[in-house]
Design a protein around this ligand. Structure first.
Ligand code: RP5
Length: 163
């Protein structure tokens, strides 16, 4: 199975990365986690991005706050799909990172998730890998079924308590 690369711009993004890791683990998707900064370690980030495809990665998740250029830098150096998670910072609430991630110039796409949207980033990356892996596709479908049943259960208990 292809692997997912999870790249965070700083160790301070660890809590967001942990949610992506937990989601990939629950689907038994192999992953690697790195701290690589577009600004502080640009050479290392570029080198890692350039080797993604030959190292067996099928998608990359980038996690960055503030002037979040990490997704763009990784995407500029690989043709595997890049999914960006803008991180909520203390000053602008993550709007800065959201706009930096989503407003890529035509030609180098980054699929931006919501601010701190680590769960959906991991699910989206897993769906990309699942295009060529039916077992993984079934595990994703089972997870959706579990969600459906939990909403039905919530509906039932709300009816009992407030209905
Ligand atoms: C970004 O700047 C990182 O992704 C992080 O979200 C933010 C702040 O980084 P630190 O100053 O906490 O290292 O590059």
């Amino acid at each position: 199975m292809k692997k997912i690369a999870i790249i965070m711009g700083s160790a301070s993004d660890k809590e967001v990365a942990a949610i992506a890791v937990e989601t990939l683990k629950s689907l038994s998707v192999p992953y690697t986690v790195r701290v690589l900064s577009a600004h502080r370690t640009p050479d290392e980030a570029t080198t890692f991005a350039k080797s993604l495809e030959e190292d067996g990665y099928g998608a990359a998740i980038t996690i960055a706050g503030k002037a979040a250029h990490l997704g763009g830098v990784i995407a500029a150096n690989t043709t595997i799909p890049v999914i960006g998670i803008p991180v909520k910072g203390s000053d602008l609430g993550g709007l800065d990172a959201l706009l930096s991630t989503v407003q890529m110039p035509p030609g180098i796409p980054v699929a931006s998730m919501a601010i701190n949207g680590a769960k959906n980033a991991a699910l989206f990356a897993a769906e990309i890998i699942a295009l060529s892996d039916d077992d993984l596709k079934n595990r994703i479908k089972m997870e959706r079924e579990r969600m459906r049943l939990s909403v039905l259960e919530a509906d039932k208990s709300i009816e009992e308590s407030l209905g």
